[in-house]
Ligand binder design. Sequence first.
Ligand code: PA5
Length: 427
Amino acid sequence: MDIDIGNALDAVAAPGVSRDYLDRLDERVADAHERIERGMADDEFGYAALNLPARVDTAAIRDAVAPLADAETVLTVGIGGSALGAATLTDALDTDGDAYYLDNVDPAQVSTLLDDLDLESTALNVVSRSGTTAETLANFLVVREAYEERGVDWTERTLVTTGESGNLRDLAAEHDLPVLPVPDGVPGRFSALSTVGLAPAAILGVDIEAAVDGARRERDALTGSLYETPAYAYGALTYALAARGANANVVMPYHESLETYAEWYAQLSAESLGKEGLGQTPVRALGATDQHSQLQLYRAGPNDKLVTFVHARDGPDVDIPETELAGLDYLAGASLGDLRDAEFEATEASLADVGLPNVRVEIERVDAASLGGLLYGMEAATVLAGELYGVETFTQPAVEWGKEVARDLLGGAEALDEKETLRVTRE
Ligand code: PA5
């Protein structure tokens, strides 16, 4: 993973960051790096996630998924960190079958999906670190019933990934289901490179070893300086820009296959850093599509955001055929990739032109190794930013609050009285 932060420096952008400030910040990065290395050495909660490239047992994952190797489709039931890492990998990479994710509890979506799936050839991958998340357990019960109604033995098709205790662990024991452990010390949103993110990808033939190798290379590149470590350059920059009024971070990959990556990053950043009045609001965008929608606001709206482009240097391409249509000479001899890259560079320049800070995150190509490196790099960037902000990166009290209150309400608790109502209806 490479980072180009030139368009976020104060010579180009306002708010921008000066070289002097970066030099001073680099001293804090060195301290933060020491703290991170200590946390990793002690396998402290959260920091342990950065050890995954050295610790994850891909052979054990392959063994656990072997009985499901004939599946043509993998249906993962999980939410948040229990789904987004896997979805990023399977949505971005070539797979030997289809991956579906049931995270939401939208009755219409659940029933349409179940109607469409051939459950005979579908592996059911149930993932919950806590083993108690209401959405996941409810969706699992609905899916299990669908298997039973169609006379398919769900116990033969199910893999469970969960922590040491909880409803899911009990259920797996009762039905003798294969279980993969969520590693100790790894919060959900940092679990993409563990059993959680890698198992569904492995069922669908993804080279998970290459993903781990790519992550390991990024891990080995961590030093105590933002000038030497792309991940830290990004983490430090997001922190510095937020302090200067860049309240949002628009994550804009220029590859359709990386759209889910933006969703993954949004969770990682928001849930890790959105604390004590701090953090940036992550915004998901997609190039070139959003050049025809959101770009108007980015260039001419309030200068209160950072735009992070994600671009792969190499990849498949399609030539644009010659045409008899007038006025299209500029497309002669070009490919769709050339056009996409021209759109990307134009957008970058257009934002620099109005002083809107933007950063280029570049990977070699959209493959397992580069993606592993990108996921690891962004996790390290987020941990570094958390150290600079001084927040508890690895907790999510607001998310837990929501889980508890929803459970209480379902259990018959009084409706919350915080909500004011001002209903406007048509006459
Ligand atoms: O990052 C997190 O901790 C959360 O987003 C969790 O992944 C999410 O709430 C799901 O939790 P669980 O895996 O316990 O079902």
